[in-house]
Unconditional design. Structure first.
Ligand SMILES: Nc1ncnc2c1ncn2[C@@H]1O[C@H](COP(=O)(O)OP(=O)(O)OP(=O)(O)O)[C@@H](O)[C@H]1O
Ligand SMILES: Nc1ncnc2c1ncn2[C@@H]1O[C@H](COP(=O)(O)OP(=O)(O)OP(=O)(O)O)[C@@H](O)[C@H]1O
Ligand code: SF4
Ligand code: SF4
Ligand SMILES: [Mg+2]
Ligand SMILES: [Mg+2]
Lengths: 322, 315
């Protein structure tokens, strides 16, 4: 087992009080697994990534256990976790500019990543070999004029170019567990295909495990063996990608799939889930999706369903499948 | 119908490297990234133009020029048929707004959400802010007093949208406005944008990598590759019968539920500093001919769509 999360709770202190985002969250992954996380904006996907890398803001309270590569990171000191960041776990942030230092050139920062890997794993490469590794990686990312891009600062690149710099960093560091938080939102579909194929290759060559957070359901389908659907800080459904896409069970998953735009605007208005997204300060009793669910019945409003194991890899949180 | 915006041979060159004083002493010449190269386009008032294309091809640059955040290196921009100049700038800015690709770094991090959204109004109006936030699926009581860093990626993006539309400016540039939203919120926002556009006869420049979204929301599509618009026309025509080989590649690379395999692109990446002599796509084009490698194609009309490609003859 590469990752085992048990009883994970994360709350944020805010001006309005404490918001309890993740509740008794559980997840296990073997080396070589790729899991996609999709779901509601604001449901806690990035919070989960931050919890696994211990990079949550100071206002967050994290309890429970997150065992990565045999070690529980929750009680770790900053210096202990620093030794694991990069080569054991690495996170590509949703906002890639957050991962980069604005006053250092991207080349400087990529070389630093290459040296960290080289030092920790005693790979004995000299600077010119590392430089070549970095440039080759940028070429693989299809960046134009890679030598010149090395001398630029992050704000002098396009949105998708910054994203590719951070992905390059992940490719150079080659962590055991990569958390990629919407890593391709600024890439056109042709370059996105290149990036996804490179990640799949790292996964098959080195058993790199990936948590892939995305809003693009077809992309989730393409990259991962399992998909996890989140709503209001809860896992609503977790199953093989094939099943989630071809045979969705949870009413929220079904609604999400119905909202994907496929037509022209003069043909139909887009379907979306009516009602308001939940607020962590005022979560409904019972099932958190109940105020917006088309299948809601009495029991749903009274008691929250557990995440039950139905068959095989399938997990679902809904009274319809009790 | 009247035109709201025209770009005429617009260029934007950025310095590829900082030139230091010492470099100048030794006669080092500045080299440029040709982010946008001779782009011309006209946008009709009350329509939605989708801009799609390669990452790094100049889409954001185009948006920044249109909303006057940056100045063109060369060429002219007309807003409501008047040339954008120092004299008309204030008027243009009053009537335009932009949702930035990276909302988390483009909004003032110290401002509370409620102030950010009401700022364009010039005065604070809690009811209007509350209504606007509700429209984008956010709760005033929950997030009004928060700062941007206390929100999720998609929540900040929605705040940026609310801020850009609260005053219903005539022209709105939306740079990847739904990239961090789940499919349901995205659908809700696209419906909202279309409603507002119809009600107030607004014009949108909608930059996106999501082909499904571009197809749904736009009346016209411009496809950009390496600093040039390579195809431009009615959305339906372009989607159903893409002409330019790059557009064809783009549309056929959209991930789907049919297959898990994605096709990696082949061929070289054109330099934006030393541009290839002929067509910029020639290094990757499956239909490349001799002329493509030596001469740049000009726009030709093909079934009502404008295409920059030798396959469709010359103008
Ligand atoms: N620093 C913070 N302080 C207070 N609340 C926060 C903070 N960061 C996030 N939140 C809240 O926690 C919830 C979960 O946020 P998170 O960023 O994990 O969502 P997400 O699933 O990644 O959403 P998105 O898809 O929009 O990126 C949101 O409601 C958000 O407002
Ligand atoms: N300040 C700058 N200095 C130098 N080069 C720049 C600067 N800003 C942008 N560029 C370059 O100009 C080109 C166009 O950038 P732009 O941001 O317009 O691309 P884009 O089409 O929006 O891409 P994406 O889809 O990745 O956001 C890129 O190659 C980029 O590296
Ligand atoms: S438990 Fe009830 S309300 Fe919740 S998703 Fe299932 S049917 Fe809908
Ligand atoms: S001009 Fe030639 S190389 Fe360029 S897209 Fe057309 S056929 Fe291909
Ligand atoms: Mg997020
Ligand atoms: Mg951009």
């Amino acid at each position: 087992m590469l990752l085992e999360i048990k009883n994970l709770n994360v709350s944020y202190k805010t001006v309005n009080g404490i918001a309890n985002v993740l509740n008794n969250f559980e997840l296990s992954m073997d080396a070589g697994d790729i899991i996609s996380i999709v779901g509601e904006s604001g449901s806690g996907k990035s919070t989960l990534g931050g919890a696994i890398t211990k990079l949550l803001p100071p206002s967050a309270i994290e309890t429970g256990s997150v065992i990565v590569d045999g070690k529980d990171i929750v009680p770790m000191s900053e210096s202990e976790i620093t030794n694991m960041r990069g080569t054991t776990i690495f996170m590509i942030f949703q906002n890639p500019l957050n991962s980069l230092n604005p006053v250092k050139t991207v080349g400087y920062q990529l070389m630093e990543a290459a040296r960290i890997r080289n030092d920790r794993l005693n790979e004995n490469m000299n600077d010119s070999a590392l430089q070549k590794l970095v440039i080759d990686t940028l070429k693989e990312m299809r960046l134009p004029d890679p030598e010149k891009i090395m001398n630029r600062y992050p704000h002098e690149l396009s949105g998708g170019q910054v994203q590719r710099i951070v992905i390059s960093m992940a490719l150079i560091l080659r962590p055991k567990l990569l958390i990629a938080d919407e890593p391709t939102t600024a890439l056109d579909v042709t370059i996105q295909a290149q990036v996804i194929n490179l990640l799949k290759k790292l996964n098959s060559d080195y058993k790199m495990s990936i948590i892939f957070i995305t809003h693009d359901l077809s992309l989730a389908y393409s990259i991962s063996n399992r998909i996890m659907v989140m709503y209001a800080g809860r896992v609503m459904e977790l199953n093989d990608s094939e099943e989630i896409i071809k045979n969705p069970k949870h009413p929220y998953t079904i609604a999400l799939l119905l909202s994907v735009p496929t037509k022209y605007k003069d043909e139909a208005r887009l379907y979306y889930i009516s009602g308001s997204p939940p607020s962590f300060f005022n979560l409904p009793k019972g099932c958190k999706f109940s105020p917006r669910c088309e299948k809601v019945f009495e029991k749903c409003r009274e008691m929250e369903p557990d995440l039950i194991v139905s068959k095989g890899n399938s997990r679902i949180r809904c009274w319809l499948y009790e | 119908m009247s035109d709201i915006l025209t770009l005429e041979n617009v260029k934007k060159y950025y310095l590829a490297e900082k030139i230091q004083i010492l470099d100048r002493l030794f006669g080092k010449k500045p080299i440029y990234v040709k982010a946008l190269d001779n782009v011309s386009i006209t946008v009709e008032k009350g329509t939605i133009l989708a801009v799609v294309g390669e990452s790094g091809s100049g889409k954001t640059t185009m948006g920044k020029l249109i909303s006057t955040i940056e100045n063109p290196t060369d060429g002219k921009i007309y807003f409501e048929n008047k040339e954008v100049s120092k004299k008309t700038l204030i008027d243009v800015r009053k009537k335009t707004s932009m949702v930035f690709q990276n909302p988390a770094v483009s909004v003032n991090p110290r401002m509370k959400i409620k102030s950010l959204v009401s700022e364009p109004l010039g005065h604070f109006d809690a009811d209007q802010v509350r209504a606007m936030l509700k429209n984008v699926g956010l709760d005033y009581d929950e997030i009004g007093n928060k700062e941007p860093k206390e929100l999720s990626g998609g929540q900040v993006q929605r705040v940026a949208i609310a801020r850009a539309i609260i005053k219903k400016p005539e022209l709105i540039v939306l740079d990847e406005p739904t990239s961090a939203l789940d499919e349901s919120i995205q659908a809700q926002i696209l419906n909202l944008l279309i409603d507002l556009q119809k009600e107030y006869n607004l014009t949108y420049i909608f930059i996106t990598h999501n082909i499904g979204v571009a197809k749904y929301i736009s009346d016209k599509i411009a496809v950009v590759y390496a600093g040039k618009i390579v195809e431009y026309g009615d959305t339906k025509r372009v989607i159903e019968n893409p002409k330019h080989p790059y557009t064809q590649l783009l549309l056929s690379s959209v991930p789907s539920f049919e297959t898990k395999d994605l096709k990696s692109p082949t061929g070289g990446v054109p330099s934006l500093i030393n541009l290839p002599p002929g067509c910029r796509f020639s290094g990757r084009c499956p239909f490349v001919m001799d002329i493509c490698r030596s001469q740049e194609p000009g726009f030709v009309d093909s079934d009502g769509v404008k295409v920059l490609c030798w396959l469709y003859g010359s103008s």
